[in-house]
Write a protein that binds this ligand. Structure first.
Ligand code: SF4
Ligand code: SF4
Length: 426
């Protein structure tokens, strides 16, 4: 047979680059630490099946991909559809995205587009019926047209650049109502008080489970490590919401037992770190992992792959459909501390509050190379934290593992300085 006509043999999925990348990270998260909570087995297994073995994630009905936390998922659930967050943390997909995106783009956006353009998109959630793309940072704004050019149905959900004024609030409430109409034409279902109440109860239960976990992380000594907490919230991107909630509730029950037994997940005097900035998204959990391998413990975060995504709840004044939709819109605008907004005093307030209430020793601020908004805000955040006596380490990085050695040296030095500070204060 002529070898030129031979078809390339497809690699078994678990030998593809994205599977091996995921496996390496997962092995480090699981095997490099003793005493992982037994309830984390659910999440380790989920990521192994979804990312390392490429197992399809069962889904029925209409599937709506979301590219940011600003897409109101309660509306998607209420209309009988399922949301899947598409923000991706794979270096493999980042490199695919780099083939058609500017070299200085943010890894998150490159990886998301790389994944969407790939035949082997992971997690395997099946064909998306719609992608809702909130118009947040410039790169995400422009990404909408690129996704459409790949053949995806894209809905640009218009977000105002500021969140302070009444005009911006009204503008956003209108955007959210228009999005509900788009979902109606997509699913054929009408939004009702009943289906929206049920959807809010589902996300409310998930958020309550998250808040309990968040509060367990406040305890000293620590009951759970940050690398596991990030894996839990990353699973929320694509897992079935009810199964996810049950698994977090089980983890919380185990943490309650750990607290009763006086268990320590890290060294008693491990420096407590607050993580902020560009979001850690699996498999790019290199920075939280390096912090904990260096002897620190990530006790809290201010990122859109964890706390910012799940902490703030909907507060409804009047249980009438229009008021409920407006309250939902408020939840997705007002408390958000993403630096895409013009005035962002809220982010500094939130960081200072987290630093105080979680008794943190230092803050690690991650900014993906090419992300101007996080880069630009780091100076004002560092000044505010320094004024409050909290040291901050600023790290500009991307999804490649090339800077691991250099990052590890910087993080070890930072953690060591926290320990020295504690010793002097004792
Ligand atoms: S960093 Fe901001 S714009 Fe980007 S996904 Fe997160 S919340 Fe959305
Ligand atoms: S990290 Fe920055 S550039 Fe990337 S999605 Fe978030 S805001 Fe946009």
């Amino acid at each position: 047979m002529n070898s030129q006509n031979a078809k390339p043999v497809a690699l078994p999925y678990n030998r593809t680059r994205q599977a091996r990348e995921a496996e390496t990270m997962l092995d480090r998260i699981v095997d490099d630490f003793d005493d992982n909570p037994a309830a984390m087995a659910y999440f380790y297994d989920l990521f192994r099946r979804a990312w390392c073995q490429g197992e399809p994630m069962e889904r029925t009905g209409v599937r709506v991909g979301t590219t940011c936390i600003h897409a109101p998922e309660e509306l998607i659930y209420a209309m009988g559809a399922t949301p899947v967050r598409l923000c991706n943390g794979s270096y493999h997909y980042d490199q695919i995205g780099a083939d058609f995106m500017p070299a200085k783009s943010c890894s998150l956006v490159k990886a998301t587009l790389g994944m969407l353009s790939s035949e082997n998109a992971i997690p395997r959630i099946g064909k998306l019926d719609l992608i809702v793309n909130p118009t947040t940072c410039d790169q995400k704004k422009k990404a909408g047209a690129m996704m459409a050019a790949m053949g995806h149905a894209v809905y640009d959900l218009e977000l105002p650049p500021s969140k302070e004024s009444e005009q911006s609030r009204v503008y956003w409430q209108r955007s959210v109502r228009e999005f509900a109409l788009r979902l109606r034409s997509l699913t054929g279902n009408k939004l009702t008080k009943k289906n929206l109440t049920a959807a809010m109860a589902r996300t409310g239960r998930a958020q309550a489970a998250f808040r309990t976990l968040h509060n367990f992380r406040r305890k000293a000594p620590s009951l759970v490590l940050g690398k596991d907490a990030f894996l839990v919230t990353n699973a929320y991107f694509f897992d079935d919401i009810d199964r996810w909630t049950e698994a977090v509730e089980k983890l919380n029950a185990e943490l309650a037992r750990r607290e009763k037994d006086g268990f320590c997940a890290a060294q008693k005097k491990a420096p407590r770190i607050l993580f902020t900035g560009s979001p850690p998204i699996f498999p790019n959990l290199k920075l939280p992992l390096l912090i904990e391998q260096a002897g620190g413990v990530v006790v809290a975060d201010e990122t859109c792959s964890a706390n910012r995504m799940l902490y703030d709840m909907t507060s409804v004044d009047e249980w009438l459909l229009n008021d409920m939709v407006d309250s939902l819109a408020d939840k997705y605008l007002k408390p958000c501390t993403c630096p895409i907004f013009t005035n962002n005093e809220d982010r500094i307030r939130r960081l200072l509050e987290l630093a105080r209430s979680f008794a943190v020793d230092g803050v690690v601020y991650q900014s993906f190379a090419g992300c101007q908004v996080y880069e630009m805000e780091q100076r004002s955040v560092a000044e505010a934290l320094n004024k409050a006596g909290v040291a901050m380490l600023y790290v500009e990085t991307d999804y490649s593992l090339d800077d691991m050695g250099q990052l590890s040296t910087r993080i070890e030095a930072f953690i060591e300085s926290m320990k020295t500070r504690r010793r002097k204060a004792a």
